[in-house]
Design a protein around this ligand. Structure first.
Ligand SMILES: NC(=O)C1=CN([C@@H]2O[C@H](COP(=O)(O)OP(=O)(O)OC[C@H]3O[C@@H](n4cnc5c(N)ncnc54)[C@H](O)[C@@H]3O)[C@@H](O)[C@H]2O)C=CC1
Ligand SMILES: C[N+](C)(C)CC(=O)CC(=O)[O-]
Length: 337
C-alpha cells in the first residue's frame, strides 16, 4: 500500500458506498461530524431513501451535538461508484452481506479510489482475508464493523486480513477515533469479530428456546431488558460477573459457579475451566477494575442501573427533597400489585 495520502486528522471527504440501513447510518454519522460525504448506491430510489434517513436521524444528532459546520447539505449522491470515490480520503463500504458481491465490489473500489486511501467494509462477520482476494492492492482493505445505528452506537471493530498492511489497520483505527467512534482494534481475525460472536451465542440460544417452545419471544426480550441488559449498558459481562463473587471477585465467582458451566444451561459446548482460563478471567477483571475496589464497583454498578432505569422511564425522573436534606428519587418499582 502506498503511504496514506493524508493523516486521519486531515480527512475532510468521506465516501459511503451502499446506502441502506448501515450505509445511510454511516452517512448521517459522518455528516454530523462535519465531513463532506459522497454516497453511491445502485438502487433507483436510493437517494430519496438516504436523504429521508439522514433527515430522520438529524434531530437525534442535534441533541447529542453536531461538529462545527455539520450539515445534511454536505451530502452529495454520486451517479457512479467511480465518481463517488474519485477524491475520497476514506471509503466505507456497506453493501449487502454476500461474499462474492463484497469481493468484487472491494476490487472495484480499490481500482477507483485514489492510491493509498483506506477502504473499510461494514461486514458483520466475513474475515477480510476472504473478501480481499480480487483487489489489486489488498493492503489497504480493512473491516470497520459498526453497530446499528452507526450515528448513535459508538463501537467499531477494526481488523485487517492476511494481506492487509498493519499501517492501514492503524490508520483506520485512528480515523474512526477522530471521527468520534469507540474503537476496538483486533490483533487477529475472528469470524463475527468480538461483539457479534457474543450476540450470536445469545441469539442462537434464543432461537433454540423459541423453536422448542421453552420460552416466548416476550420472555426472552424481558429477560434481557429487565435483567442483565440493564447492567451491560455500562459494565461488561466479565466485570459484572466478578461482582457475583462478592469480595472474592472473579476468582471466587469461578470457583463457586464454575461447575455450572458443565450443566446443560446452553447448547454451546462449555470451555474447560482450567487454571489458564481462570487466571485470564481473574487478571482481566483486575485490570478492568484498575484501582477501584469491589465496593466501589458495586456502588458504580448500582448507580448505573438506577441511571438506566431512570433514562428508560422505569424510574420517575423527578426528585424530592427528603427530611435528611438529600435528594431522593421515589421508586415505583415493585409498586405494581
Ligand atoms: N443491519 C445491521 O444491523 C448491520 C449491518 N451491517 C453490515 O452492513 C452491510 C450493509 O447491511 P445493511 O445496511 O443492513 O443492508 P441494506 O440491505 O439495508 O443495504 C444494502 C444497500 O446496498 C445496496 N447495494 C446493493 N448492491 C450493491 C453494490 N453492488 N454496491 C453498493 N451497494 C449495493 C442496496 O441497494 C442497499 O441500499 C452488510 O455488510 C451488513 O452485514 C453491519 C452492522 C449492523
Ligand atoms: C444483525 N447483525 C448481525 C447484522 C447485527 C450486527 O452486525 C451489529 C449490530 O448492530 O448489532
Amino acid at each position: 500500500m502506498p503511504s496514506s495520502p493524508c493523516a486521519p486528522e486531515e480527512v475532510r471527504r468521506v465516501a459511503c458506498v451502499g446506502a441502506g440501513v448501515i450505509g445511510g447510518g454511516w452517512v448521517a454519522h459522518f455528516l454530523a461530524r462535519g465531513y463532506d460525504v459522497t454516497a453511491w448506491d445502485p438502487a433507483p430510489d436510493a437517494e430519496e431513501k438516504l436523504r429521508r434517513l439522514v433527515a430522520a436521524a438529524w434531530p437525534a444528532l442535534e441533541q447529542i451535538g453536531l461538529a462545527d459546520g455539520a450539515s445534511p447539505d454536505r451530502l452529495t449522491v454520486a451517479a457512479t461508484l467511480a465518481e463517488a470515490v474519485a477524491d475520497a480520503q476514506f471509503v466505507q463500504e456497506s453493501a449487502p452481506e454476500k461474499l462474492e458481491l463484497k469481493r468484487s465490489l472491494l476490487a472495484q473500489l480499490d481500482a477507483a479510489a485514489p492510491p493509498g486511501v483506506v477502504i473499510a467494509s461494514s461486514t458483520s462477520g466475513y474475515p477480510m482475508t476472504d473478501m480481499q482476494t480480487e483487489a489489486a492492492d489488498p493492503g489497504r482493505l480493512v473491516v470497520g464493523h459498526p453497530f446499528n445505528p452507526p450515528y448513535l452506537i459508538p463501537l467499531v471493530e477494526v481488523v485487517g486480513g492476511k494481506q492487509t498492511d498493519a499501517a492501514a489497520v492503524e490508520w483506520a483505527s485512528r480515523f474512526y477515533k477522530v471521527a468520534g467512534k469507540s474503537v476496538i482494534t483486533m490483533e487477529r481475525e475472528l469470524p463475527g469479530f468480538i461483539a457479534n460472536r457474543l450476540q450470536e451465542a445469545l441469539w442462537r440460544e434464543a432461537l433454540h428456546m423459541v423453536a422448542n417452545g421453552e420460552a416466548t419471544v416476550k420472555e426472552i426480550d424481558d429477560s434481557i431488558t429487565e435483567g442483565p441488559g440493564l447492567r451491560w449498558a455500562f459494565m461488561g459481562p466479565c466485570l459484572t460477573f466478578a461482582l457475583a463473587g462478592g469480595d472474592g471477585g472473579m476468582g471466587h465467582m469461578l470457583d463457586h459457579f464454575g461447575p455450572s458451566l458443565k450443566s446443560p444451561w446452553t447448547r454451546l459446548e462449555a470451555p474447560e475451566l482450567d487454571d489458564t482460563l481462570r487466571a485470564a478471567m481473574v487478571d482481566g477483571c483486575d485490570e478492568a477494575a484498575g484501582s477501584r475496589t469491589i465496593a466501589q464497583l458495586v456502588a458504580e454498578r448500582d448507580q448505573g442501573v438506577i441511571d438506566v432505569l431512570r433514562a428508560t422511564g422505569r424510574l420517575p425522573r423527578q426528585r424530592t427533597e427528603g427530611t435528611d436534606g438529600i435528594a431522593h428519587t421515589p421508586s415505583t418499582m415493585g409498586d405494581e400489585k
